[in-house]
Design a protein around this ligand. Sequence first.
Ligand code: ADP
Ligand code: MG
Length: 301
Amino acid sequence: MSIRVSNVTKLYGEQKALNNVSFEVNSGEVIGFLGPNGAGKSTMMKIITGYIPQSEGEVEVCGIDVRTDSLEVRKKVGYLPEHNPLYTDMYVREYLLFVAGLHKAPKSRVDEMIVITGLTPEQHKKIGQLSKGYRQRVGLAQAMIHDPEVLILDEPTTGLDPNQLVDIRKLIREIGKEKTVMLSTHIMQEVEAVCDRVIIINKGVIAADQKTSEMQNASGTVILNIEFDAEVSLSGLKKIAGVRRVQHVEGGQYLIECSEAKDVRSDVFKFAVQQNRTILQSQQQKAKLEDIFRTLTGNAE
Ligand code: ADP
Ligand code: MG
């Protein structure tokens, strides 16, 4: 077991940022920690890395208690904080040598990290001169310099352009072959692209914890994308048996979320006739993780 979080609660003053959170991460897993802004992702990660204490509950990393033995934990954990704070006046190589020194890692690790993270052409530049994608690589290099067993990456791809995004995700997948990785994101596709398992957190509470593939298969939800020739009654649509949620896209277009067990299409057709409307288009598909995420975090109507 790489990470064990048991009944963790975190209070900031009156506010409960985490409420009785429990989960475990096995060694070698790549976990996506997914949730909307303010869900408590960064808070959980700061607790796991020993940067802030929890208010209640236990956290162990590689069997070590983070509260009583946070220095030992830091040897086992590499951490890329949100917003990736770096010394922008330092040169890439100089900065990595500095970090290696803090961890008492051999200088040869700096060269290895520069190669692994693809920083060779940029190693003599100042960090402040690098593009965001290359700064993220420096952040990853510093997180891995002491060869930690566990990597905690807080929104490692936020703010990257589409090409950089693909590169960094590829790099994380490579790293994930050797290490336990927990990465936070609010992008569902990222989880689909990179993670074995997803833990969804919403308002400080775990809303789901499942293998990515299982979550895709077992949601039991289908989405009916339907277009009438004009707007119809939203409440009328919601009343149809088997319909879970309805989202009005625009004009006569609606996304109807329904249970896989009950085919609603014939009832939707009857409803259209009753309302004197014509169905122009209808298409049914299995719910994507994106839809499941919206359902679990309550951003659908
Ligand atoms: P996420 O990373 O998922 O966006 P955070 O863990 O940063 O969420 O924040 C969770 C909640 O805790 C938010 O409502 C945030 O405003 C609050 N919060 C985070 N850090 C602090 C702090 N240092 N003091 C007070 N409230 C905080
Ligand atoms: Mg955050």
